[in-house]
Design a protein around this ligand. Sequence first.
Ligand code: GDP
Ligand code: MN
Length: 353
Amino acid sequence: KEKIDEPQVAGLVRASSAAGGGSDNPVAATILSLVRNEDLEEMIASVMEVERAFNSKFAYPYTFLNDAEFTQEFQDAIRAALPAGRKVQFGTIAPEDWSVPESIDLERFKASMQHLEDEGVAYATRESYHNMCRYFSRGFYHHPLLREYKYTWRLEPGVKFFCEVDYDVFRFMADQGKVYGYVLNLYDNLQSVESLWRDTREWLEDHTQYLSEGGAFDWVRENMQKPENFATTGGYSTCHFWTNFEIASLDWLRSEPYEAYMDFLESMGGFYYERWGDAPVRSLALALFADRSQIHWFRDIGYSHFPYINCPNSDRCDKRCSPAEFVPWDNLEVENCQATWIRYAMTQEERDL
Ligand code: GDP
Ligand code: MN
């Protein structure tokens, strides 16, 4: 199979050769983790992964957020795992950003959670999971600790990065005018988003001014494998970027279309009455309000978050993953939506990159 390399664009920024390293031309960016104290060990493992693959060269700061206070032990252990001088900040989430809003009818919430659980929707009855999805959809980019930043790289506990990344990915995003970067692109559970697209379409009728001319509309509306699912979702393919890895422009998230859309979604209550994930929410917003060319597939970033893997066929990748393994590439019909993206949203130029 064909080898995969760095993006073929001029001016990729390399790490500084000066003592202490860092990017030769850094962006206001941070690696961001939402994590619980009890996930310390897996968090450190992830930090080591991203350091080895990327950040030991580029020295970007870390931001850790939690709905509870981080213990001293957690903070000390994270700092101890990192080179001296690496900036690390720890923040708590305001309770109102991490709780069921007053507008939610608790009886209806309870009943819907039970219904979704019976339908087999993962985490349906876990209130904290609903809070988490809502927070990643509409909350995190307002956290005071992120005010100074323009980009975040989302890092979850227990993930792996298999390949050397030798260019400044944040600089790449900024220089190429990208607002979003992802690695994996999947179908979603139908029941978790039954009304998301129906609601969205209704709202769009009065908000057509927000639609991007070059939106990735067909990625949302075409389902190359399972058009029968449209009956459940009202025409949404359920294609979404797998947000557990994402590089996002905070300016873009803080823009009027995104914020207006989030206010609308909040008013519909679907973070609680259904189990709208931040992944489909983010993905619909991107498909509708961004230009397709502002969304970048980091096919060169080897990544795993259980149960999926992107392992590029590249000499930059280590032996822990099998080259050209793109799980669930084999299971394309059931779970992988990247083919739809390539067909409907990528320009020829991007395919060649
Ligand atoms: P999954 O990947 O969909 O199975 O969901 P995860 O359990 O990995 O949660 C997604 C992200 O939110 C991860 O970074 C978790 O560490 C974080 N997370 C989930 N629930 C909580 C919570 O209740 N508190 C905190 N602080 N973080 C959470
Ligand atoms: Mn996860």
